[in-house]
Design a protein around this ligand. Structure first.
Ligand code: NAD
Length: 251
């Protein structure tokens, strides 16, 4: 696919057993990158680290809470001690909650924004100095189709808003660091075939599939492949961009 030998990549939220982050981590490791598996869920972190190492790849597990400045800084310190550089950050950690505007509380909004936007900000800020010093960096963040068209199956309005914030934030940052050798991009997946999708009742699943021209959810590998491209040398002139990966559900 894309050569990532000698690159060091952090993937946040990559300790989820069937999640997108795990597949991103496995994919980047397969391309030769040393991958930092960073998540709140340490059982998952150990599993993914072992999976990568058993396949002959390089991986480091780190406990990370993206909402804590100290936790992000401690992770960066550990990565620098281990590998001496940070080339790639994939902001994948995210949470959602199904709720209507009518029923939503400020507490709900704070909780979702705290991880999806403020956590993404803290984590991104913590790697910038290193990337600037290296004059090289690749940052890719997970937005969502629901940022553009609203109405996710699993996420509420605050989730859509937080993922729209990720797009605006990334475009501003792309301009800020364009002369530092750092590119900043987003991917906006539609529905992906993760555990949460499998938990949908059949009639609801049918309804959702009806709105996807390609007639199926995306696979985690399809999200990871796009990210592997965006963090590669081949994508060197792409910045401030967002790539939709949604089977045509939003064009
Ligand atoms: P997931 O729930 O399977 O994985 C998310 C991971 O983030 C978990 O391992 C969790 O422990 C971790 N996490 C949560 N809060 C954290 C924190 N404070 N600090 C560190 N880690 C934390 O989710 P997923 O479905 O794989 O989604 C991954 C990303 O893709 C999310 O940002 C999500 O919004 C986005 N996305 C998912 C879909 C989908 O259909 N699954 C669609 C569009 C976008």
């Amino acid at each position: 696919m894309f050569e990532l030998e000698n690159r060091v990549a952090i993937v946040t939220g990559s300790g989820s057993k069937k999640g997108i982050g795990r597949t991103i981590a496995l994919t980047l490791a397969k391309q030769g990158a040393a991958v930092v598996i960073a998540d709140l869920n340490m059982d998952g972190v150990h599993e993914v680290v072992n999976e990568i190492k058993e396949a002959g790849g390089k991986a480091l597990g780190v406990e990370l809470n993206v909402t804590s400045k100290e936790s992000n800084e401690a992770m960066v310190e550990k990565v620098l001690q281990t590998y001496g550089r940070i080339d790639i950050l994939v902001n994948n950690a995210g949470i959602s909650q199904k709720v209507t505007v009518q029923d939503m509380t400020l507490e709900d909004i704070n909780k979702v924004f705290n991880v999806n936007m403020f956590g993404l900000f803290l984590c991104t800020q913590s790697v910038l100095k290193t990337m600037k010093n290296q004059k090289y960096g690749r940052i890719v963040s997970l937005s969502s189709v629901s940022a553009k068209r609203g109405g996710g199956v699993f996420g509420g309005p605050h989730y859509s808003a937080s993922k729209a914030a990720v797009l605006g934030f990334s475009k501003n940052l792309a301009r800020e660091v364009a002369l530092d050798g750092i590119t900043v991009n987003c991917v906006a997946p539609g529905l992906v075939n993760t555990d949460i999708w499998k938990s949908l009742p059949e009639d609801e699943a049918k309804k959702v599939i009806g709105g996807i021209p390609m007639g199926r959810p995306g696979e985690t590998e399809e999200i990871a492949a796009t990210i592997a491209f965006l963090v590669s040398q081949e994508a060197s002139y792409i910045t401030g961009e967002e790539i939709d990966i949604n089977g045509g559900s939003h064009m």
